[in-house]
Design a binder for this molecule. Structure first.
Ligand SMILES: [Zn+2]
Ligand SMILES: [Zn+2]
Length: 345
C-alpha cells in the first residue's frame, strides 16, 4: 500500500503564545476529519513537528487512524527555520518509504510549514540544502501567519506561498479547513494513481488566506519589532510568565498586551536555543503604567530586575527579595509597577 505522507511543521515561538490553542484545535479537527474520509483514511499518514529555537517531533509519521488526537503544543524561544528544515529532512529520510526493486514506495510527501516571524537563525544553508536535495522529493507549502514575516524568505523554499491575513480563532479555523480539504483532494488523486501533482484548494479573495505571488504582490511590510516579549518568573511559585508588548502608534514605546503562563517549561527549554542568555531590553521603551499581575500568584509588581538580567514578581512591599532565577538576594525599594534595578546593557 502506497501511503501519502503529510508533514505539518508548526512554529511555536513565543509570538505564538496567543494562538497555540487555535493550532491545537485546528490540527485536532484535521485529524478527526481525515479519519472520516475513506480515501484519506486509507492512504494518509501524518507527522507533526514543532519548532522554535530548536525542533521537536510531536508525533512521527503515523497512519492517520493511529494518530493520537490528544496532544498539547509546547512553546519555545526563537524561530529557527534552519533547524526546522533539518529536522524535517531527517524525518523524510527516516520515515518515507522509498521505491525498491520489488515495490513502489510512498507517494511524494506534502509539507505544510507555517511560521509567524522572521527566522532568528542562519537558515540560508538549510534552505539551499532543501532546494538542492529535497524540493523534487517533496511538495512544500509555506504559510506566513500574519504579516510579520517577509514572504520572500518562504519564496526561497517553494512557489506555493500563502498568507494568513489575520490571526484570529476563526481565521485559524478556516486555515485548517483549507489544509484538510487539500489533503483530502490529494488522497483521492493518489488513490486514482495520478502522478505527483499537488492539489491545493482554491482560496477566495475575501477569505482569510491569500495566495502570494512574489512577482506581483508587494508583501514586505515593515512591521519588524512590532511585538516584544519579556520572560519573568514568579517569586512565589517559581514558574515563568511571559509579558507581551506591542509598539504604540508613534513607534517610540511599547504598550502591554498581556501576561501569560508558559505551557510546558521543560519543553520550553528543550525548544529554546540558549536558555541561559538573559534578555536585553531598553527599560525606557516600555510604558511604565501597568495593570497586569503575575498569572501564578497575582503579585502586581512584575519588574524586579536582578543583576542576572532577569525579572520576577513581588508583592511590592518587601525590601529584601530573592531572585527565583539565580537565587541571589538583593535590596529592592518597593515601588508599584516601576522598573527597578540596574538597566541592562
Ligand atoms: Zn508571582
Ligand atoms: Zn537573578
Amino acid at each position: 500500500m502506497r501511503r501519502l505522507p503529510i508533514f505539518i511543521v508548526a512554529d511555536v515561538s513565543e509570538s505564538m503564545i496567543n494562538h497555540l490553542a487555535d493550532v491545537e484545535n485546528g490540527i485536532g479537527e484535521l485529524i478527526s476529519q481525515l479519519n472520516m474520509d475513506p480515501y484519506a483514511l486509507e492512504t494518509t499518514c501524518l507527522s507533526l513537528i514543532v519548532f522554535a529555537g530548536k525542533s521537536k517531533i510531536i508525533f512521527p509519521l503515523t497512519e492517520v487512524y493511529k494518530v493520537n488526537n490528544s496532544f498539547s503544543l509546547p512553546l519555545g524561544g526563537g524561530t529557527s527555520l534552519g533547524n526546522a528544515l533539518s529536522c524535517l529532512m531527517k524525518e523524510i529520510d527516516n520515515n518515507v518509504q522509498k521505491n525498491s526493486p520489488t515495490s513502489k514506495g510512498d507517494w511524494k510527501p506534502i509539507v505544510f510549514l507555517f511560521t509567524d516571524g522572521m527566522p532568528t537563525d542562519n537558515y540560508r544553508s538549510q534552505v539551499q540544502f532543501w532546494k538542492k536535495n529535497y524540493s523534487n522529493k517533496a511538495h512544500l507549502v509555506a504559510i506566513s501567519l500574519g504579516e510579520q514575516l517577509d514572504c520572500s524568505i518562504l519564496g526561497q523554499l517553494t512557489d506555493d506561498i500563502y498568507l494568513l491575513k489575520t490571526m484570529t480563532a476563526s481565521s485559524f479555523k478556516e486555515f485548517f479547513k483549507w489544509v484538510t480539504n487539500s489533503i483530502k483532494t490529494n488522497s483521492v488523486s493518489v488513490s486514482a494513481n495520478e502522478t505527483n501533482k499537488i492539489y491545493l484548494e482554491e482560496v477566495s479573495d475575501d477569505g482569510p488566506l491569500k495566495r502570494i505571488n512574489l512577482k506581483k504582490d508587494v508583501v514586505v511590510k515593515n512591521v519588524q519589532d512590532e511585538f516584544m516579549y519579556i520572560m519573568g518568573k514568579c517569586s512565589q511559585r517559581k514558574k515563568r510568565f511571559l509579558l507581551k508588548y506591542v509598539k504604540n502608534k508613534e513607534g517610540n514605546q511599547y504598550q502591554e498586551v498581556g501576561i501569560y503562563q508558559i505551557p510546558n517549561e521543560e519543553l520550553y527549554d528543550e525548544l529554546t536555543e540558549d536558555v541561559s542568555i538573559g534578555q536585553t531590553f531598553d527599560t525606557e521603551s516600555i510604558e511604565s503604567y501597568s495593570d497586569l499581575s503575575c498569572p501564578h500568584c497575582g503579585n502586581q509588581t512584575l519588574f524586579n530586575l536582578c543583576s542576572c538580567g532577569r525579572i520576577f514578581c513581588s508583592d511590592g512591599e518587601s525590601y529584601e527579595l530573592t531572585c527565583p532565577w539565580c537565587g541571589k538576594t538583593s535590596d529592592y525599594s518597593p515601588a508599584d509597577n516601576l522598573i527597578i534595578g540596574s538597566s541592562l546593557g
